[in-house]
Design a protein around this ligand. Structure first.
Ligand SMILES: C[S@@+](CC[C@H](N)C(=O)[O-])C[C@H]1O[C@@H](n2cnc3c(N)ncnc32)[C@H](O)[C@@H]1O
Length: 193
């Protein structure tokens, strides 16, 4: 990522953290990924040469900036889904500031997955409401590209109990290989065979 974009991303994160610090209600917070997780996303998109990328949980677009930058380098396209319209609008403004393109959709992550074709995505970043993840799993694994489609799930360490159900489903699925890496809040990586 070039220095100008890095500066925009850092400003977006700083503003979100200042906002979040004043919120008692968890759902009112933007809850951006840790900076090292954002960098990891940029690396993963490039390493996987992912050209069809889906993010579930846009928030203000901080992680979206890092995914979009990787997708631009890979010559692909990014779709990001957020349930709150005001956040989609904020993410749109933040991506514009960074000079980046993405299809920003206001909608439900589960519906976006159900509407995804088999093998539609080279990379999916899942960062929405954790209790729903286990219900997403059948569509997640179906919509990942066979032969290397990559799923990344945030908060695999910080909220291990909340992702325990989807983790059990992942670990029981013979068609994937998985590991958990201690970056940021912990990231579960899943590759479809
Ligand atoms: C942890 S935040 C995402 C942070 C973002 N990925 C980042 O690091 O910049 C989770 C976001 O998911 C959104 N969300 C919650 N439930 C959702 C759903 N069912 N479909 C789409 N978005 C949802 C929330 O409004 C919130 O903005």
């Amino acid at each position: 990522m070039n220095p100008a974009r890095r500066a925009v991303a850092a400003e977006v994160l700083a503003a979100a953290r200042a906002h979040d610090a004043a919120q008692f209600d968890r759902l009112a917070r933007f809850r951006n990924v840790e900076p090292e997780t954002a960098e990891l996303l940029g690396v993963l998109v490039r390493a996987a040469r992912a050209v069809r990328v889906l993010e579930l949980g846009t928030s203000n677009g901080y992680s979206t900036i890092w995914l979009a930058d990787g997708v631009e380098a890979a010559g692909g396209s990014l779709t990001s889904v957020e349930i709150e319209p005001a956040r989609t609008a904020m993410a749109r403004a933040n991506l514009e500031r960074a000079g980046l393109a993405a299809e920003l959709v206001t909608g439900d992550a589960g519906e976006a997955l159900r509407a995804s074709a088999d093998g539609a995505w080279d990379l999916v970043f899942l960062d929405a409401e954790r209790p729903a993840y286990a219900g997403y799993w059948p569509d997640l694994v179906r919509a990942l590209r066979p032969g290397g489609g990559l799923l990344a799930i945030d908060n695999a360490v910080s909220h291990a109990a909340e992702v325990a159900e989807v983790t059990a489903l992942i670990e029981a699925e013979p068609a994937v290989t998985t590991t958990r890496i201690p970056v940021g809040a912990g990231v579960r990586l899943v590759v479809r065979a």
